[in-house]
Design a protein around this ligand. Structure first.
Ligand code: BTN
Length: 322
């Protein structure tokens, strides 16, 4: 594939790229350009060719690593790996973390997962051709106790990406469920390798139910899980959503490095649907009720109980009561 030609088409942003410009930039004849366009078409890129105007990229193939990487060029995402099917993108990304020199800013994406992992040892439904399953490899300069910040950051980035790209009012339910219409539309699972005082390598996995239909969910999930298609009535472009999530994550990551945790906590609070609600939190055998009043600097949930006492919870499942 001719990456320079694809870059020119991507940078033209839906406008026409003149054959002459392409031939000058690539240092090849117009016939040579045409041959490269044919090769891109064979790879699934839909490219319109109009005499006297030039070439226009109409649509890239779904989840094309070359296209995704070109759209993200200039930032810190240096490598995008797309699998047709893996056990779990988090698992694949964790094995990259185990390499001698793991690379900050690698993204692992899959069309489907055979053993998608959810929080608290659960599985994550991962059928093919519908949803987004992606895991980011990061080498953050953070202490292990600050790791929850990355999960909060990923929740903020994902909710904002859904709002911008899909025009849908995504919210965050503590700790990091992405919610739409009162049901779960996505989730985040952070895993990591740590040294005693720093995170050596962290993997942040994001699963978004994009174009799944009600019938794709088993009956027991239909009351609690949803997809962007179900909520908006529109099929959504997985490439565009992945790009928006990664751009938004990168922007917030830069904010974290430059300004610390406060702006992320503030944005999390703004997008949270849990704060102010009466909730039931279940963790292990224990269940407690209270009003969710805030999160701590470390991302733990602060509950005010009926007797006025406060309780801080670090993990668990939240049910909104009202
Ligand atoms: C949750 O239970 O809410 C977290 C779900 C996280 C699912 C994503 S899909 C991509 C990545 N790979 C996995 O195996 N899990 C995460």
């Amino acid at each position: 594939m001719n990456r320079t030609l694809l870059r020119l088409l991507v940078r033209s942003r839906g406008d026409y790229l003149s054959g002459q410009h392409a031939s000058d930039a690539l240092g090849m004849t117009r016939a040579g350009v045409w041959k490269q366009i044919t090769k891109l078409r064979e790879l699934g890129f839909v490219i319109e060719a109009v005499p006297s105007r030039g070439y226009r990229l109409v649509s890239p193939p779904d989840l094309s690593p070359d296209y995704l990487l070109l759209c993200l060029e200039g930032g810190f995402w240096g490598n995008v790996i797309v699998h047709d099917r893996v056990d779990s993108t988090n698992e694949a990304a964790m094995s990259l973390c185990g390499e001698a020199v793991p690379q900050h800013g690698t993204v692992v994406i899959a069309d489907s997962q055979s053993k998608g992992r959810g929080r608290l040892g659960r599985s994550w439904l991962s059928p093919p051709r519908k949803n987004v399953y992606l895991s980011m490899v990061l080498l953050p300069d953070l202490a292990p106790r600050d790791a929850p910040l990355l999960t909060l950051l990923a929740a903020v980035a994902s909710a904002e990406a859904i709002r911008r790209q899909c025009n849908a009012p995504a919210a965050i339910k503590w700790p990091n469920d992405l919610m739409l219409g009162g049901k779960k539309v996505g989730g985040i699972l952070t895993e990591m390798r740590t040294d005693p005082d720093r995170i050596r390598c962290s993997v942040i996995g994001i699963g978004l139910n994009v174009n799944a239909r009600t019938g794709d969910f088993p009956p027991e999930l239909r009351e609690i899980a949803t997809s962007l298609l179900i909520e908006t009535g529109i099929r959504h472009d997985r490439n565009a959503l992945v790009i928006e999530v990664l751009r938004s994550f990168e922007d917030w990551y830069r904010v974290l490095i430059a300004q610390g945790r406060e702006p992320i906590l503030a944005e999390w609070r703004r997008l949270a649907s849990t704060l102010g609600k009466d909730v039931r939190v279940t963790f292990g055998e224990e269940t407690i009720r209270g009003t969710a009043v805030d999160i701590t600097d470390e991302g733990m949930l602060v509950l005010r109980r009926d007797d006025g006492t406060q309780r801080i919870v670090s993990a668990g499942d939240v049910t909104h009561l009202r």
